[in-house]
Design a protein around this ligand. Structure first.
Ligand SMILES: *[C@@H]1O[C@H](CO)[C@@H](O)[C@H](O)[C@H]1NC(C)=O
Ligand SMILES: *[C@@H]1O[C@H](CO)[C@@H](O)[C@H](O)[C@H]1NC(C)=O
Ligand SMILES: *[C@@H]1O[C@H](CO)[C@@H](O)[C@H](O)[C@H]1NC(C)=O
Ligand SMILES: *[C@@H]1O[C@H](CO)[C@@H](O)[C@H](O)[C@H]1NC(C)=O
Ligand SMILES: *[C@@H]1O[C@H](CO)[C@@H](O)[C@H](O)[C@H]1NC(C)=O
Ligand SMILES: *[C@@H]1O[C@H](CO)[C@@H](O)[C@H](O)[C@H]1NC(C)=O
Length: 714
C-alpha cells in the first residue's frame, strides 16, 4: 500500500485537452482523464492493494486512504468530463430512490453508466489501475445509486472481457441484505428493525416459513424455501448481471442459455411442487392480455433499504385492465399479444423477419434457439428489435405484472412489486407462470421444427467408453440410492450493506444478525462404472440429470411427460486411463467436485446453483422417487480446461473467468431438450436407456426429514 501511495503522489496528472475530429469534419475538444502511466506498471497484474480496493467497492465502508493530490485533480477532471452524462443518469434514478431493473428508465441508466465505466477500463492494462481508480470515484461521488453501480459494473466487465471478472467480490446478500431478507429495515423513518442494530446485542432475525403464511400467499407458501431462498434469488440476479442485455459484441449462446437456465429452474420448481403435493406441478404459462385475472396474490414482506419503501404486494384476483394499469402500461399490454404472435410465427415456420424486413430462415447454429432467446428477452442482439419489440416480451411481462395496481393507487407511492427486479423476481408465484410461457414458446419451436435425436449414431454417437452403471451413496457410504434432505440453519452477521448505510455521526458498528432456515441434504457421492474398451487413455464427458419417476397419481411418467421434467445435476470431463478391458469406477463427491455446478457464498464460484438446493426436497412418506441419468460422450464435447476451478460453473452461468464461451458444445439440455421419437414417446425411460449405449440410469429415493432445525445461539 505504501508503494502505491508514493508513486501516485509523485505522479503528474495527465488531464489534457486533446483535439478530436467529429464526424462532420469539425474539431472538438474532449478531455481525457487518466491515471498517469508512470504510476502504473503496465505489464504487472493487479496489485494486492488494488485487489483489496476493488473488493471494498462493494462493502459499506469506504476504503482508504486515498492519494489525495492525484485524486483531487483526477476527480475534478472526471467531474468535468462526465458532467452531462451523470446528470442524465441521476435524472433517471436518484441515489435514494427505489431501483427496479425491469423499469425502463432504470435499465437505460444502467446502460449509460456501463458506457462510462467501459471508457475507463483499459483492456491492455492487466493491473486495472485506471479502472479501479475510476470505480472508486463513482462510489465516492455519492449520487450514483448503489444498485445502479453494481448492475452496470458486470455489464462493463463482460463487454471488455476484463480480468476483473474473476476477482473476488462479496456475495450479493452482503451488498444488499434488504433485497433478500425480510424486514431487516423498518420504515418509513430510517430505523433498523428490533433484531438488528448496533453494538453487540445479537438476537437474530429469523427467516423461515412464517414470513408468508399469514399473508396472501396461501398454500403456495409451502414453497417458501425454494422461491424465497436467498441464494436462489442471488443466483438469478448473478445470471442476469453476467449475461447483460447490452454488449459490444454478442455473448456466445446467451439467448440459448437464457432458455436453458430458466428451463432448468422451471423443471426444479416442478419437482419441488410435486414434493409438496401440488398436482399442477408444471404451472400453466400465462400470456398476459387485457382483462387477464391474476388469481394469486403475493406479498414478499420485503422493504427496500435504500428508499425505505416496501415492495408492493399484489392481492388475489387482480385484473389487468385500465383500472389497474397506467395508460402507458396498458398500451404495452395490448402490444404484448402482437409481439407474442410474431414470435409464435417463428416457431411454426422456422423463419424470422430480419432487420431489413426480409423473411429469412432461422440460423441453425446450433439450432436456432439462440436467435429466439435473443429476441424474447430484451437484447441489443435481437435480429429485429422493431418487429419483436425493443424491450422483449419477457421484460415487458415482468414490467407489467410488477407494476399492476402500483401506478394507479397514489397511496402506494408509485413503486414496484418484486417482479420488477431480477434480484427479487423468483419469489413471486407469477415468475414461474411468465417463464413457463417463455419455455412453452421454445418448446413449440423444438417440437415442431427440430427432429428427435437419433439413438446410437449421429446425435447419440456411440463411443468406446460406456457407462455400465451409476449409483449414489450417502456420505457414510452405506445407504445406496437413498438420500435424505432436512432443514438446516445458517447464521449470518452482516455489517450493514450498500443498501443500509450508516447515518452520519454513527460510530458503533452496524450489524444485522440473521438466522436462515433452509433446505439441505446429506452429502453424497456418485459412483459411475465406466468401461474403456480402447487401447488408449480416453477423456470422456459426463452429464447428469434427474427427474421424478412417478406422477402425483403414482403412475410412471412416460418419456413425453418426463423429458421436460429433467433438471441438471452436474456435468464434467473425466480422464480414463488405458484399462485393457477392465472397468473403472469413478467416484464423484458432490462437495469436492471441481466442476462446480453449484456455487456458494462468495467462495470460488461467483455464480452457481445453490448447493443446499441440489436435491429436491423429496417426500416424507418415502415416495420421493427420481430417475438419475448419466450420459457419457466423447471428451471433445468439452472445450474448457478440465482443471479450471469454477471456470466451469458453466451449466447455468457459462464461464465467468473472462472467457464467456460456453464450453460444452452440444445443445443445452441435450438429450432431453427435444421430444422423444414417436416410437419412444409412450415408453418409459428404461426403453431409452436400453437403446442408447452411452446412457445409464438408476432410481433414487429422496426422503425428507421434516424436523425443525436446532436453534443457533451465538
Ligand atoms: C437486545 O434485543 C432484544 C430483542 O430485540 C431486546 O429485547 C433487548 O432489550 C436488547 N438488549 C439490549 C441491551 O439492547
Ligand atoms: C389468496 O388465494 C389463495 C389461494 O390461491 C388462498 O390460499 C389465500 O388465502 C388467499 N388470500 C387471501 C387474503 O384471501
Ligand atoms: C379492473 O381491475 C380491477 C383491479 O383488479 C378490478 O377491481 C375491476 O373490477 C376491473 N374492472 C373490470 C371492468 O374488469
Ligand atoms: C420495416 O418495416 C417497418 C414497418 O412496416 C418500417 O417501419 C421499417 O422502417 C422497415 N425497416 C426497414 C429497414 O425497411
Ligand atoms: C432410506 O433410508 C431411510 C433411513 O435413512 C429409511 O427409513 C428408508 O426406509 C430407506 N428407504 C429406502 C427406499 O431404502
Ligand atoms: C404419455 O404421455 C402423454 C402426454 O402426457 C399422454 O397423453 C399419454 O396418454 C401417455 N401415454 C401413456 C401410455 O400413458
Amino acid at each position: 500500500m505504501h508503494g502505491f501511495l508514493v508513486s501516485a503522489l509523485l505522479a503528474i496528472l495527465r488531464c489534457a485537452q486533446i483535439p478530436y475530429h467529429d464526424g462532420g469534419g469539425g474539431v472538438v475538444q474532449i478531455q481525457v482523464c487518466t491515471v498517469p502511466h508512470n504510476s502504473r506498471n503496465s505489464m504487472a497484474d493487479i496489485t494486492n492493494t488494488n485487489r483489496e480496493r476493488y473488493y471494498h467497492l462493494f462493502t459499506p465502508k469506504p476504503y482508504g486512504p486515498t492519494p489525495m493530490l492525484v485524486v483531487n485533480q483526477l476527480y475534478k477532471c472526471w467531474n468535468e468530463q462526465y458532467n452531462t452524462a451523470f446528470d442524465s443518469i441521476t435524472s433517471k434514478i436518484g441515489p435514494t430512490q427505489m431501483f427496479a431493473s425491469f423499469h425502463g428508465p432504470h435499465a437505460k441508466a444502467v446502460g449509460e453508466l456501463a458506457g462510462i465505466l467501459i471508457e475507463n477500463i483499459d483492456m491492455e492494462d492487466p493491473s486495472n489501475m485506471q479502472a479501479i481508480e475510476f470505480f472508486d470515484y463513482i462510489r465516492r461521488r455519492g449520487d450514483i445509486h448503489p444498485q445502479l453501480f453494481v448492475s452496470a459494473l458486470p455489464m462493463a466487465l463482460v463487454s471488455t472481457r476484463s480480468s476483473l471478472i474473476g476477482e473476488p467480490t462479496p456475495p450479493l446478500v452482503e451488498m444488499f441484505p434488504s433485497r433478500f431478507l425480510p424486514r431487516v429495515v423498518e420504515g418509513p423513518e430510517i430505523k433498523l428493525s428490533a433484531q438488528s442494530g448496533r453494538g453487540t446485542n445479537k438476537t437474530c432475525i429469523k427467516v423461515d416459513q412464517h414470513w408468508g403464511s399469514t399473508k396472501t400467499n396461501g398454500i403456495e407458501n409451502r414453497l417458501w424455501y425454494f422461491r424465497e431462498d436467498l441464494q436462489l434469488n442471488s443466483h438469478h440476479w448473478n445470471w442476469h448481471q453476467f449475461h447483460p442485455t447490452h454488449s459490444p459484441s454478442p455473448i456466445p449462446r446467451r439467448g440459448e442459455l437464457f432458455y436453458f437456465f430458466h428451463h432448468d429452474l422451471m423443471a426444479r420448481y416442478a419437482s419441488e411442487r410435486m414434493a409438496n403435493g401440488f398436482t399442477d406441478y408444471f404451472v400453466e404459462g400465462i400470456k398476459p392480455i387485457v382483462d387477464y385475472e391474476l388469481k394469486q396474490g403475493y406479498d414478499a414482506n420485503l422493504r427496500d433499504g435504500v428508499s425505505y419503501l416496501n415492495w408492493v404486494n399484489r392481492v388475489n384476483s387482480t385484473f389487468l385492465n385500465k383500472t389497474s394499469l397506467s395508460s402507458k402500461l396498458f398500451s404495452k399490454l395490448k402490444q404484448q399479444e402482437i409481439i407474442w404472435n410474431h414470435i409464435y410465427q417463428i416457431t411454426q415456420t422456422d423463419k424470422v423477419l430480419d432487420g431489413s424486413n426480409d423473411t429469412v430462415p432461422l440460423m441453425p447454429k446450433p439450432d436456432g434457439i439462440n436467435t429466439i432467446g435473443e429476441l424474447f428477452e430484451s437484447s441489443q442482439w435481437s435480429i429485429n428489435s422493431y418487429f419483436y419489440s425493443d424491450d422483449g416480451w419477457h421484460n415487458n411481462a415482468h414490467d407489467i405484472l410488477g407494476k399492476v395496481l402500483v401506478e394507479k393507487d397514489q397511496s402506494l407511492k408509485k413503486e414496484y412489486g418484486v417482479l420488477s427486479d431480477v434480484a427479487t423476481a423468483v419469489r413471486d408465484i407469477y415468475f414461474y407462470r411468465i417463464h413457463n410461457e417463455v419455455n412453452n414458446m421454445f418448446m413449440r419451436y423444438k417440437h415442431k421444427i427440430l427432429n428427435p435425436y437419433e439413438l446410437s449414431q449421429g446425435d447419440h454417437p456411440y463411443i468406446v467408453t460406456n457407462p455400465k452403471s451409476i449409483q449414489v451413496r450417502d456420505e457414510r457410504g452405506h445407504l445406496v440410492n437413498n438420500l435424505t434432505t432436512f432443514w438446516n440453519n445458517r447464521d449470518m452477521v452482516l455489517n450493514g450493506g450498500l443498501d443500509i448505510l450508516p447515518k452520519p455521526g454513527d460510530t458503533d458498528p452496524l450489524f444485522l444478525y440473521v438466522c436462515l432456515k433452509h433446505l439441505d441434504h446429506q452429502e453424497f457421492t456418485y459412483i459411475i462404472e465406466l468401461e474403456n474398451q480402447d487401447e488408449k487413455d480416453r477423456s470422456v464427458f459426463v452429464r447428469l440429470y434427474m427427474a421424478p419417476t412417478y406422477n402425483p397419481d403414482r403412475e410412471r411418467f412416460n418419456l413425453t411427460e418426463q423429458y421436460p421434467l429433467f433438471f441438471a445435476m452436474d456435468a464434467f470431463p473425466i480422464m480414463l486411463g488405458r484399462l485393457n478391458g477392465y472397468q473403472s469406477l469413478v467416484y464423484i463427491d458432490v462437495r469436492t467436485s471441481t466442476h462446480c455446478f453449484t456455487g456458494n457464498f462468495g467462495k470460488t464460484c461467483p455464480c452457481g446453483y445453490p448447493h443446499h438446493l441440489l436435491l429436491p426436497k423429496g417426500s416424507d412418506d418415502n415416495l420421493g422417487v427420481y430417475d438419475l441419468v448419466a450420459m457419457v460422450t466423447d471428451g471433445s464435447d468439452y472445450n474448457g480446461q478440465p482443471t479450471d476451478l469454477c471456470a466451469s460453473s458453466y451449466m447455468h452461468c457459462s464461464r465467468l473467468d473472462g472467457n464467456l464461451e460456453y464450453p460444452d458444445t452440444r445443445p443445452m439440455g441435450w438429450p432431453f431438450d427435444r421430444r422423444p421419437s414417436d416410437e419412444l414417446s409412450q415408453a418409459y425411460l428404461d426403453r431409452l436407456v436400453q437403446q442408447v449405449p452411452n446412457m445409464a440410469k438408476t432410481t433414487v429415493t429422496i426422503v425428507h426429514n421434516d424436523v425443525e432445525p436446532k436453534e443457533h445461539v451465538i
